[in-house]
Design a binder for this molecule. Structure first.
Ligand code: ADP
Ligand code: MG
Length: 679
């Protein structure tokens, strides 16, 4: 495979700020805290809060088609309920399926449950996630991601192999959860023997029972709450809004530490960068006062499990622990010992931007439901206190809950899947919370532009069906399809694999190391942009023997690069064997690669306006190159395509590639007419 040598080395600059806006992904965390790890497995099972509800759950499931199970994280919903159903014999009527939003949790849960049953995973208990499964004819308890169940629906529209489906972590209301709930509602009405358990970690579950009711069916659903011990929490607010919640968080921690009796502190911030910034600040306080009674620890999804472990330990006597965490600590994990919570009042979320017809990441005020959930974290051990870094009035004005992902996201993937499942009129589909019609229409337009839908809104053959089946976004799938034709699938698959994993760039905390990191990354950077840079890194990593030393030297994250390599192998096989895509290398023809990238991203183009800023070609919206992009410090190219948008201080483009204007009319003539492409 050819290496794409940099066309020129970028000049040294130190104005590139470190402003990664990656959304928190708890899926990288495999760590599960277990307070009873020194007991035998069966005794551990007996001690879980859910144990007392076993018979009630089984009874309710006999009586109702849908059971809504509410219980706090760690009570035993995900690991125990499937086993109760199995022990009661539900498996004799069909497989017990449990859907999870994240692949790592899916695998971990299956392993744990197999272990509790004294078996190997893949026998009675199995799992299926994207690109990987451990299932045998004996499997009766099957953990699978929501995406996999949606795919199974293509072959088995009534899910006849299942007796019970458990939709786990339903409170997250992510896009696939909602799509599944909509489809399951249809199936339940057709298959009265099928049962559904909706498992949620937040109290507010009335929504689900309302959705699962239909005329003439009596009481379809029932709600069951697993009692967790909950103590009173006192609320404190600011009198005036604060200007900088990171600094305010740190100041609050410091004050609290000096005034309040013992008890650990949990502070919520919106992302990894803020967590690290606050950690630095608090460490400065600690160092300057030579304080030995406060221990500060970070907690975010992309930390190694080993590092995450630290937050679960009880600090030494006389020492107070303060955990600076992202949203991961809101429901995904429970940290013991917390008595004080500090809530910055914001969260980072993906949001559909109608101006650009795509999603961008934004920091927005939390919902009331989130604020309550965060506060609740303080009352698990004994009465606690929550410090909200906003005014009481601001709290009153918060939205009751965050709109579900489906109502605030780009929908082309969802529409594609529903079309493949035979849902002809998407606008009339019974979504748990219907998305705005304009978002749906925008998705239909994008899919039409990508040649996946025809003028009647039907999936096209072969492109539409291929795009619906491939496990990536519609644009990346289109890119892969075109790469087979252009003879560069080998490189495009590498790029796609690199885009599927979390960032491979290590961005250290200290300013000096940040600078060295930036210089090291420059080694791979090319004028064509970020995707070719990723290809370069992959190539160099493989040529240098895929070592940890290489990653250390160049400030790259070994774990993520390794994962990209594994993924790449699987994708090559999948593309060749399943989809018949010819796998050829373009042998260093960078222009061909950039063209192929354009064939996927042609709806996401920006041009350089004469005023010196980029504008999106279709809407005229101003866009800026993200400081983390290779192109940030290079002379501005006339036309670029981007892979994603991030909203922080400005609307930033990320994963940017330089293109030529004439490619647009050549590759997407139906979308671009010569006259509409601006100069
Ligand atoms: P829930 O789904 O209600 O959050 P789980 O069923 O996942 O709860 O977990 C219940 C308990 O089982 C946890 O509190 C933990 O003690 C234990 N547990 C679950 N998974 C693991 C694991 N992989 N390793 C060790 N302990 C685990
Ligand atoms: Mg769970």
């Amino acid at each position: 495979m050819a290496t794409f040598k940099p066309k020129f080395i970028k000049p040294d600059t130190d104005d590139a700020i470190n402003e990664s806006a990656g959304i928190e992904e708890p899926q990288s965390s495999t760590f599960v805290f277990n307070a009873h790890h020194n007991l035998g497995l069966s005794e551990q099972r007996e001690r879980l809060p859910i144990r007392k509800y076993r018979d009630q759950i089984l009874y309710c499931l006999e009586q109702h088609q849908v059971v809504i199970l509410v219980g706090e994280t760690g009570s035993g919903k995900s690991t125990q309920v499937p086993q109760y159903l199995y022990e009661w014999g539900w498996h004799s009527k069909g497989t017990i399926g449990i859907t999870e939003p994240r692949r790592v949790a899916t695998v971990t849960l299956a392993n744990r449950v197999a272990q509790e049953r004294g078996e190997l995973v893949g026998d009675t208990v199995g799992y299926a996630v994207r690109f990987q499964e451990r299932i045998s004819p004996e499997t009766r308890i099957k953990y699978l991601t929501e995406g996999i169940l949606l795919r199974e629906l293509l072959a088995d529209p009534l899910l006849t192999q299942y007796s019970v489906i458990i939709v786990d972590e339903a409170h997250e209301r992510n896009m696939l959860t909602d799509m599944l709930l909509g489809l399951l509602k249809k199936i339940l009405r057709k298959r009265s023997q099928l049962k559904l358990i909706i498992s949620s970690a937040t109290i507010d579950a009335s929504f689900f029972s309302e959705f699962f009711s239909w005329p003439g069916a009596g009481e379809v659903s029932v709600k069951l709450s697993i009692e967790g011990r909950m103590h009173a929490v006192q609320h404190f607010y600011l009198n005036e809004p604060c200007a900088d919640y990171v600094r305010e968080t740190v100041a609050t921690i410091w004050k609290l530490h000096h005034k309040e009796p013992p008890g650990d502190i949990l502070a919520f911030l919106t992302g990894q960068e803020e967590v690290l910034e606050a950690l630095d600040l608090i460490k400065e306080y600690i160092a300057s006062e030579e304080c030995t009674t406060l221990k500060a620890l970070p907690m975010y999804g992309s930390m190694s499990s080993q590092d995450q472990l630290a937050v679960f330990f009880t600090p030494a006597k006389g020492v107070r622990k303060v955990v600076l965490a992202t949203n991961i600590a809101e429901t995904s994990i429970t940290i013991p010992g917390i008595v004080y919570v500090i809530d910055c009042g914001y969260a980072k979320v993906k949001w559909f931007n109608p101006a650009t017809c795509s999603d961008s990441l934004m920091i927005v005020p939390v919902s009331k439901a989130s604020a309550i959930q965060r506060a609740g974290r303080a009352g698990r051990v004994r009465p606690g206190k929550v410090y909200r870094l906003y005014t009481k009035q601001d709290y009153e004005g918060l939205a009751p809950r965050q709109p579900p992902e489906l109502r605030r996201s780009e929908l082309s993937g969802a529409v594609l899947q529903l079309k493949a499942l035979g849902i002809g009129n998407i606008l009339r589909f019974d979504f748990p919370s219907p998305p705005p019609a304009k978002n749906l229409l925008s998705a239909l337009e994008t899919l039409y532009a990508l040649d996946a839908l025809d003028e009647q809104g039907q999936l096209t053959k072969p492109v539409g069906f291929l795009l619906a089946e491939l496990p990536f976004t519609a644009m990346l799938s289109k890119m892969l399809h075109v790469s087979g034709k252009l003879g560069c699938a080998e490189e495009i698959i590498t790029i796609i694999a690199m885009l599927q994993v979390q960032s491979i760039f290590s961005r250290p905390v200290s300013a000096a190391a940040q600078q060295s990191g930036r210089i090291a990354h420059r080694h791979f950077e090319v004028a064509e942009g970020d995707l070719i840079t990723l290809l370069n890194i992959y190539t160099a990593f493989v040529e240098e023997g895929m070592t940890k030393e290489f990653c250390g030297q160049y400030y790259l994250i070994y774990r993520n690069l390794k994962r990209a390599c594994e993924l790449r192998e699987q994708l090559i096989n999948l593309a060749r064997k399943k989809y018949g895509i010819p796998i050829f290398s373009c042998k260093g023809d960078v222009e061909l690669l950039c063209k192929c990238i354009t064939a996927g991203f042609f709806t996401q183009v920006a041009y350089l306006h004469h005023s010196g800023v980029y504008r999106q070609i279709s809407s005229g919206t101003e866009l800026a190159i993200h400081p983390n992009s290779t192109l940030y410090t290079l002379p501005q190219a006339q036309y670029v395509v981007y892979g994603e948008l991030l909203q922080t201080t400005k609307l930033f483009m990320n994963h940017v590639t330089v293109i030529k204007k004439e490619w647009l009319t050549e590759l997407a003539p139906h979308y671009y007419h010569q006259t509409t492409v601006r100069d």
